[in-house]
Design a protein around this ligand. Structure first.
Ligand SMILES: [Zn+2]
Length: 386
């Protein structure tokens, strides 16, 4: 293996020290941009905004031309630190202690950005400064937020400039125990809704003069959750609906409420799209409502993605085996990622650090894990551009 000249630990440390709590940029993209520009990358900073949402800073950096074109994607925004006094090491200090880098984003996912930046720079140093094809880094500040003015718009902007991507790797934490033991070839979609049922307020002793909205609401929720939407698919577990809240806001024992609300979320597999699922939910609700007056308000949905097993996935698995000696498991579990936007442009996978401490107090990444992931990304680059 070529000796590492770019230190992923130092890069990760510098990134953690930027207080880029979503949606703040806080110097994180500037730092990565400078690092890449010095190695010859063409660096673009794109800001996107939309009504009622914060303006978001994003970065697109590319070196080389033509195909194949490999994209590393990620986000420098992080979730808030929570109570900073409860951290053993300050959340934006970038301390290294007991062989691990501490700080918000060490795992999710400034650590992985440092790893793919270091791997790309090392690859270029060892191969005359340019790939046989192109390498891009696509980094957003809007993954932990609404994800409206980030990767989705950056992809569209890049496509309008004529960029064509061959494959993409998102550096979200996917590993379970050892770096590389698990990668995601797909993720479920997510659909949330608020169901509001109208009734007629009245005295519980005179129900003939009232209409209790809870009766149909409970029947409708039962119709949604008692029967699965599918049996699962080849690569995915079955779709799952969870009722997350039922709200009436009625403090009285002797009053029938005028309105009742429930919220639910569905994590769905590749047998559905958010549109087909809404139809299915609509039919079940209508049948259970038995004429009750109700309304379903959906939040913006995330679609699922699935990258079929094939040469690209095999190349990644092989690189992990060669470098880390681990047989990678292919997973489609867990939450969503920006891969859901990238799937429209090219095949995409998620591969990153061990996720155990992400979003927690004392989030940390063992230094050896940062080095292991850098080596894996480096081998992927070497095999990809061979
Ligand atoms: Zn993340």
């Amino acid at each position: 293996m070529a000796s590492s000249t770019h230190d992923p630990v130092a890069i990760a440390q510098a990134l953690v020290r930027c207080r880029s709590v979503t949606p703040a940029e806080a110097g994180a993209l500037a730092y990565i941009g400078d690092l890449l520009a010095r190695a010859g990358f063409e660096v673009h900073r794109q800001k996107f905004s939309s009504p009622g949402m914060p303006e978001i800073d994003n970065l697109f950096a590319k070196i080389g031309i033509g195909r194949p074109h490999l994209v590393f994607a990620g986000h420098t925004d992080v979730v808030p630190a929570g109570e900073e006094a409860r951290w053993t090491h300050p959340p934006f200090g970038g301390d290294i202690a007991g062989g691990a880098l501490y700080g918000r984003g060490a795992v999710d996912m400034k650590g992985a950005i440092a790893c793919f930046a270091a791997a790309a720079l090392d690859y270029l140093s060892a191969h005359g400064g340019r790939p046989k094809g192109a390498i891009s880094l696509m980094i957003t500040g809007d993954e932990e937020g609404p994800a409206v003015n980030g990767t989705a718009k950056l992809l569209k902007w890049a496509a309008e400039r004529g960029e064509k991507f061959s494959h993409a790797i998102v550096g979200e934490p996917t590993s379970v125990k050892r770096v590389g033991d698990t990668l995601k070839i797909g993720r479920r979609g997510s659909l949330s809704a608020t169901l509001t049922v109208a009734g007629t307020q009245g005295h519980v002793a005179y129900p003939q003069d009232a209409e209790n909205p809870l009766r149909p609401l409970l029947a409708m929720l039962a119709a949604l959750s008692n029967q699965p939407f599918d049996k699962g698919s080849k690569e995915f577990q079955r779709s799952n609906l969870e009722v997350t809240s039922i709200d009436v806001g009625n403090p009285a024992f002797n009053v029938i409420a005028a309105e009742a609300q429930a919220r639910f979320n569905v994590r769905f597999n590749d047998k559905h799209t958010s549109a087909s699922l809404k139809k299915l939910i609509g039919r079940r609700l209508k049948a259970a409502a038995k004429g009750a007056r109700y309304r379903t308000d959906y939040e913006p949905a995330s679609e699922s993605y699935l990258t079929k097993r094939g040469p690209f996935v095999d190349l990644v698995i092989k690189a992990i085996r060669e470098v880390a000696g681990v047989k990678a498991a292919l997973s489609t579990s867990g939450g969503t990622s920006d891969a859901r936007f990238i799937k429209k442009y090219c095949p995409v996978i998620d591969l990153g650090l061990v996720g155990r401490t992400m979003h927690q107090i004392d989030e940390h990444a063992p230094v050896e894990n940062l080095r292991a992931l850098t080596a894996i990304y480096g081998r992927i680059l070497a095999n990809y551009f061979k």
